[in-house]
Each structure stands twice: as structure tokens, then as C-alpha cells.
Design a protein around this ligand. Sequence first.
Ligand code: 5AD
Ligand code: FES
Length: 345
Amino acid sequence: MDKNFLIDKLHNDKNLNDEELRFLIEDDSSDDYLFEIADKIRKEHYGTDVYLRGLIEFTNYCRNNCYYCGIRRDNKNVDRYRLTKEEIMLCCEEGRALGYRTFVLQGGEDMSYKDEDMCDIIRTIRAKYPDCAITLSIGERSYDSYKAYFDAGANRYLLRHETANEEHYARLHPAELSLKNRKECLYNLKKIGYQIGTGFMVGSPYQTTDNIIEDIRFMQDLMPDMIGIGPYLRHADTPFADMENGSYKLTLRLIAMLRLFFPYALIPATTALGTINPTGREQGLKAGANVIMPNLSPVSVRKLYTLYDNKICLGDESAACRNCLEVRVKSAGYQIADSRGDVKR
Ligand code: 5AD
Ligand code: FES
């Protein structure tokens, strides 16, 4: 098969069969051409803008026990913390001063934040920052809960599907979690009116090329506004401590392919990508990504929100990250946008 021909085909009509997709995923020749086309498409839709999302990791309590994740409930080596509404508001204040117009409230599945608590936090942020987007990333909850948060003022929701294959899902998660429910959550969020983000880890344990093809097929059905992927990275205190990290190169190739499949999408150059390679996020931008999610959490709790080992930016104040990113984004040939960065369909 001719690789460049397939890249052009993906660019032109997106109509690739599984065999063609497999070849594109597995073959590493022509990555430069792939990145070039992906960058061209990104520029057609979003120019050279890069959107920042201020990430507030407000709780590391989690009721779940995903085998890959450092804050899984069975990890007794984690000091658990929760931020109060006042502490969250301080993060937003700092973020707004640094120019962020999206706040992402991310946490483990911590049911001590009841619906009314979440709604109170959302309403308070909404009232103080009417021009900002509020993104939630707090896992699986009911339709009614999602609806209540939306009505309180949340606009976007991030929930990675993790893998679209049942058997693979069952190898990454205990039996109490189901892919069916996760997918249902995503369709519910979409129906309610959120801009939704999904995604998966590249090179998660037992992942096959077929699984990745299924991930793409699932997303072609869901048509998410945002797609987050990053390499799987091991965490020493999980059942997967001895598993290999995901591939940096494959992550970049998949970012570029996702840009071609979903030209309109918001695609982050993730912290995991910046962790596996010191200039990973810059390379991610050049391969088609257009979002970065800097950490706005108080420095005192940052090292406690460790999904994987060696996470970057743990000691850096938010302002330091902001300056660091300015330089990095520029060096890659883009600039930080000051708009909210909503999806352009
Ligand atoms: N390596 C990389 N990414 C991880 N995530 C969780 N654990 C890890 C890990 N060990 C990702 C999951 C989750 C997101 C918040 O972080 O995909 O959805
Ligand atoms: Fe946080 Fe560079 S982005 S220090």
C-alpha cells in the first residue's frame, strides 16, 4: 500500500476501511507528511491559535479502582485531599488573571460532592465569570445530575471512553465498571447540550491495533467536540506497575490521524505527552493538536494528583506554567489565543 496515497485519501474523504486504517496506524514511514497535512487542516479550521484550559484538580478521592490509575481507591499510598469552594474560587481567580477563559474542574469520582455541592460551585463560578467556559471532568453520574450541572452553568464535559472494545475495557477495569454505561453517559451528555470530549490512552495494557480502530469508529459515531489522547504511563502503586509505557511516536501519529478524521475537533497536546518527552506537547501541536491544559491546582496538592509517575509541572506555580507555555507554543510556531476556544463546527 502507498502510505502517502492513504494519507491523501484520509484527508480527502475519510473513507478508509479497517485494513487501510491498520496500515496507517502501524506504519511509521511518512510521519512527516502526515503531520504536514494534519497541520494544514488544523490551520484551515483554527489558524495558529492554541487554546488554554486551566485545570483545577479539586479532589483525588475516587470510588473507582481502574487498574492503570494512580488515584484508584485501593492505592493506600495516596494522601487524599479535597478543595473547598473557596479554594476552587481562588484557583479561578488566579487563572482569570493569567488570561484563562476556560476552567476545567477535574476530580476522581468523589461522591462527597453531592449534586447540590457541584451546582453551588458551578453557579458561583458562572456568576463571577460569565464569559468563561466551565468544563467538568468528574466521571460517570446520572442523566439528572448531568442535567442539573448543565442548568447551573456548566458548558463542557470531558469523559474519556478509555477503549471502545468490551474485552479490552474489562482488562483495564474491575467488573463493577462497564463500557456500556460509560458510552451511555457520553450520549446523555451530548443530548443535554454539553460540548463533549472523549478519548483514550495510547498503548494502554493489552491494547491492539484493532482496539484503536474501534476507538476511531466509536468516535465517528459519537462525533465528540474534543478528543484527548496521551500515552499510557505506568504508576508504581497500581496493578499495572510493570506494564510498558505507551509509544510517543504512535501518540503523535494518532493525533495527526484524529485531526484528519475530525477537522473541527479540539485536540489537546496532553500533559502525559509532555511527560513522556520533554518537547512532546510542542510536537503534539505540530502534529495537529490545538489545546493545552495547564495545571491551576494549588502547588501544595499537585503531587497528590498523580495518575502516573513523573508528571510534569508539579513544582511550578500557575504563573510559571503560563510563561513556560507562552515560550513553548511560540517555539512550535503558534500563539496562545485569548478567546474561549469553543468548537468550530
Ligand atoms: N497513564 C496515562 N493516562 C492515564 N489516565 C489515567 N491513568 C493514566 C495513566 N496511568 C488518563 C485516563 C483518564 C484521564 C483523566 O487520565 O484516560 O480518563
Ligand atoms: Fe508548567 Fe512548563 S507548562 S512549567
